[in-house]
Design a protein around this ligand. Structure first.
Ligand code: SF4
Ligand code: SF4
Length: 354
């Protein structure tokens, strides 16, 4: 894969050009967290570059608060409008998402299987996957909830991106990962120069340093490697761990909403004076009504059964049907849970209990 160097000014020039065809979203820092926000080109690349240096745009750093799936599956979206099959996205242009991290991109493995590659084909998801542009980025820092390496996800994207950026002192090392990415680099060749050996060495050194920090997190929390998770859920099916851990759960569903791999949804119809629409909203397997059927029967009536189901789906069902763990170690559910129910602690307890 050819590697290029693009300066900070050059990147913002590129993003400004890309706004002609895409709605561009870039991570910004607010307090300790990062959020995607719409990129507004400044009057000059120099000004844009300053915005990044001042900490407004944070391409490297670490994952955003919200998962990447928000650009592919709206939390609430119309899927049929007045029985017409031409439903537009919120933004008229496709999205260009900048700074997406490896733990989010790995989520595509699960989402693709559910919405694209299996029997059920979701036209909305497929359209977003085909049309959106992903300019991903290596993690340049780590937060204490990161444990991607335990799930064999490196802290830098290796697939499913159009261009990947590795932030460094001279700007960014850029590599294309698709024809779309290659084309974008070729069409804007004046902004890129060939990366030198010293740039690649700096990138590799940073990757090593970040991986070392994630490993420290894993060690400090004694998080089991995914190789130790095989069969662990089945063996713990009747373990008291589920009841004990579910004790403080308030059934808010935040752990599902924030997760880059969770994909369950609910459909409902809504009517106003003029028309009728069918909507799709994200659903949560932690909520009591999730599995309830007509007549009121519920196979997962107790909260601890629903917590167990969440782990079954991620660590037993998906490895069986898709040879993939439906967790990327992003740590979002740890930060989001108001009851301090920690996936790392549960995995550790499950492994120790077999
Ligand atoms: S289960 Fe938690 S740590 Fe794993 S991918 Fe989902 S939000 Fe991230
Ligand atoms: S975020 Fe925590 S409290 Fe909310 S449903 Fe998930 S486990 Fe329960």
């Amino acid at each position: 894969m050819a590697a290029y160097l693009i300066s900070r000014d050059g990147l913002f020039d590129l993003l400004t050009r890309v706004t002609d065809s895409y709605s561009v979203f870039v991570p910004v820092r607010r307090g300790e967290k990062r959020f995607f926000t719409k990129f507004e080109p400044s009057s000059s690349p120099e000004e844009s570059s300053k915005e990044m240096e001042n900490g407004r745009y944070v391409i490297g750093e670490v994952r955003t608060f919200e998962p990447l799936k928000i650009f592919y599956l709206r939390s609430r979206g119309i899927v049929a409008d007045g029985f017409e099959d031409t439903v537009t996205r919120a933004e008229q242009k496709p999205y260009c998402i900048v700074g997406a991290k490896a733990c989010d991109i790995k989520g595509f493995k699960v989402q693709d299987r559910v919405f694209r590659d299996d029997e059920y084909k979701d036209p909305f998801y497929i359209r977003e996957r085909e049309e959106n542009l992903i300019i991903s980025a290596d993690c340049a820092s780590v937060i204490d909830t990161c444990y991607c390496l335990a799930l064999h996800v490196n802290p830098y994207p290796e697939e499913s991106f159009d261009i990947n950026l590795s932030e460094m002192s001279a700007g960014f090392v850029a590599e294309s990962g698709s024809e779309k990415g290659k084309r974008l680099i070729n069409e804007n060749a004046s902004l890129f120069q060939e990366a030198k050996a010293e740039h690649i060495a700096e990138r590799d050194e940073q990757r090593k340093r970040i991986a070392g920090e994630v490993k420290k997190n894993i060690k400090a929390n004694d998080i089991p490697d995914q190789d130790r998770l095989k069969g662990v859920i089945e063996k713990n099916f009747n373990a008291p761990i589920w009841k004990e851990e579910a004790e403080t759960c308030v059934e808010c569903g935040a752990c599902n909403m924030i997760c880059p791999t969770c994909h369950c949804f609910l459909m409902y119809d809504q009517m106003d004076a003029q028309r009728m629409a069918r909507l799709r909203v994200w659903d949560s397997c932690m909520i009591k009504d999730f599995a309830q059927v007509a007549g009121g029967a519920n196979p997962r009536d107790h909260l601890w059964m629903r917590l167990r189901n969440r782990f079954e789906k991620k660590f037993d069902y998906f490895p069986k049907i898709g040879d993939i763990y439906a967790c990327t170690g992003c740590g979002r559910c740890i930060s989001a849970c108001p009851a301090k129910i920690d996936i790392r602690r549960i995995l550790k307890r499950l492994v120790e209990n077999v």
